[in-house]
Design a protein around this ligand. Structure first.
Ligand code: FES
Ligand SMILES: [Fe+2]
Ligand SMILES: [Fe+2]
Length: 424
């Protein structure tokens, strides 16, 4: 028996040598349930230790919308099958296979313990602490120029700033609709300039927590549907602000020809703002019909982090917020829709369909202005997009992609397939 164990350890050592296994230290130091392991390529891993002492590993960024799986809960889905539940929208991911009952798939990694040390089968080197990233400055960033604080009241930027500083979401919606109609009817014609706030205002009663600190409510299908609608309403509120922020922050950008951005750029984002306001209103109304209200649950402001990260460069902003995040919304739409459809919630399904049709036009707008600016600046659109995403977006883009939806928006596969993790 002793020999057998000895042979086994030797055999395992050979496996470790032959494969691309990363040793992360003594197995005993990893406590249940989750430990985040940082990778230098940004694709961090969550190491799960179950109560019975077994270990599992998968990507820590949720394939749905990037929720932190390392802050999720472990649940038994029946017949002993354990799953990690994402804290953002409660999608389940099997510890064994990474598959989810929603149809999404997360990447899992083999874990072995040899001589008390824990190994994970991945090409990436892993660390218990965040790996410092040294960022190269972007070439020719399209910087907003210095702006005056006191702009005249009858400009688009004056109102954009006012809406960003309006904390009440329904007032934000009402003002957005008004400004949209003033712009459309020519009551406002000037774009103007202003310094937008570093972060939009939120009502005091809204509990804003760190992304990942939102815990699952008590079971029940209605409760989980409300939680999902509530998180979508939160995203729409940020989306209203993101539309006004791109208008206000980049209103003074000059292309290298010396030209300003065309009026159509502003008209497109006023339209996007109006759509997002409509989406918020529809969701808020639906949450009310289900017996609660927006603000009843805590929210996170993860989306604003991408805005802050790209506040220095219009192309980076268009790439990350309007082409990566908005397109991800198209990817997850089928799974979200099927969750509501499976529970016979046709009212919510109708709302999600309205939102989906509009969101396709938002991705198209992002793409239109990204390619417009690149061509004016004589930059290769695809190469610039890929560089900016690698620089400002953590990790890789994750399939499954909504190929049809993206194509309808004009985003063909050469835009996003090169940003998927290469097979190891
Ligand atoms: S981000 Fe994980 S379930 Fe939505
Ligand atoms: Fe929206
Ligand atoms: Fe949108």
């Amino acid at each position: 028996m002793e020999h057998f164990e000895q042979d086994l350890v030797e055999a395992l050592r050979d496996v470790v040598k032959a494969g691309s296994w990363q040793c992360v230290g003594e197995a005993a130091k990893f406590k249940a349930p989750c430990t985040k392991l940082y990778s230098e390529d940004g694709e961090h891993i969550v190491l799960v230790r179950t109560e019975d002492g077994r270990f599992w590993a998968m990507d820590s960024s949720c394939p749905h919308e990037g929720g932190p799986l390392d802050q999720g809960d472990i649940e038994d889905l029946g017949d002993g099958k354990l799953a990690l539940i994402c804290p953002w929208h409660y999608f389940d991911f099997s510890l064994e296979t990474g598959s989810s009952s929603t149809g999404l798939q997360n990447q899992v990694y083999d874990v072995r313990i040899v001589d008390g040390k824990l190994y994970i089968n991945t090409q990436s080197s892993l660390s218990l602490y965040p790996v410092p990233v040294t960022k190269k400055a972007t070439r020719d960033a399209l910087l907003p120029t210095e702006t005056k604080l006191d702009s005249s009241e009858n400009t688009l930027c004056f109102w954009a700033r006012k809406i960003l500083c309006t904390p009440d979401p329904l007032e934000k919606v009402a003002l957005t609709k008004k400004v949209q109609s003033w712009w459309d009817t020519g009551e406002i014609t000037e774009i103007g300039e202003c310094a937008p706030p570093a972060q939009p205002s939120r009502i005091d009663s809204l509990t804003v927590v760190e992304p990942g600190k939102i815990k699952r409510g008590k079971g029940g299908t209605q409760a989980s549907r409300i939680a999902l609608l509530h998180s979508l309403a939160n995203i729409e509120q940020w989306a209203i602000d993101l539309s006004w922020d791109i208008i206000a922050r980049f209103s003074t950008v000059k292309l290298s020809s010396g030209d300003s951005l065309p009026r159509e750029f502003f008209s497109d984002f006023v339209k996007v703002a109006g759509d997002e306001a409509k989406h918020y209103e529809l969701l808020e109304q639906r949450i009310k019909e289900l017996g609660t209200s927006f603000g009843a649950l805590p929210v996170h402001n993860g989306l604003w982090q991408s805005a802050a990260e790209t506040s220095h460069d219009l192309l980076a902003r268009l790439a990350i917020v309007h082409m990566v995040h908005e397109a991800r919304g198209l990817d997850v739409h089928p799974q979200t829709l099927s969750r509501f459809a499976a529970q016979g919630d046709t009212s919510s399904v109708k709302i999600l369909e309205v939102i989906y049709a509009d969101e396709i036009t938002h991705v198209a707008a992002g793409l239109r202005w990204f390619t417009y600016i690149c061509s004016k600046e004589e930059r290769d659109c695809l190469a610039t997009f890929h560089d900016l995403v690698k620089l400002h977006f953590k990790g890789y883009l994750k399939p499954p992609f909504n190929i049809e939806g993206r194509k309808t928006a004009g985003m063909t596969e050469e835009w996003y397939v090169p940003l998927v993790k290469p097979a190891s």
